[in-house]
Design a protein around this ligand. Structure first.
Ligand code: SF4
Ligand code: SF4
Length: 81
């Protein structure tokens, strides 16, 4: 479940769909280690579809690791009031 004090935000225009964010996300990595993980049906915190990243806010914990590795600076952590 996403934390309430911060939120990961995607700038769609600059995302090149490289998928790096999906490979460094610790939430994704933890899920993928499960032997029963099904990439086609299981939600991941961040994934790429149709050439763009998308965030599942039910899974993302807003840790910001993906934002540090994105080559397009497309991801930022927004501090919520
Ligand atoms: S958000 Fe960044 S790291 Fe993720 S697919 Fe887009 S460009 Fe690549
Ligand atoms: S902020 Fe953290 S949990 Fe959310 S998609 Fe990025 S790496 Fe994954």
């Amino acid at each position: 479940m996403a934390k309430k004090d911060k939120k990961l935000v995607l700038e769609d225009e600059s995302c090149i769909g490289c998928g790096i964010c999906t490979t460094v996300c610790p939430t994704n990595l933890k899920k993928e280690k499960d032997i029963n993980f099904d990439v086609d049906t299981e939600p991941r915190a961040i994934a790429v579809s149709n050439g763009k990243a998308f965030i599942d806010y039910n899974e993302c914990v807003a840790c910001g690791i993906c934002a540090k590795t994105c080559p397009g600076d497309s991801l930022t952590i927004e501090i919520l009031a």
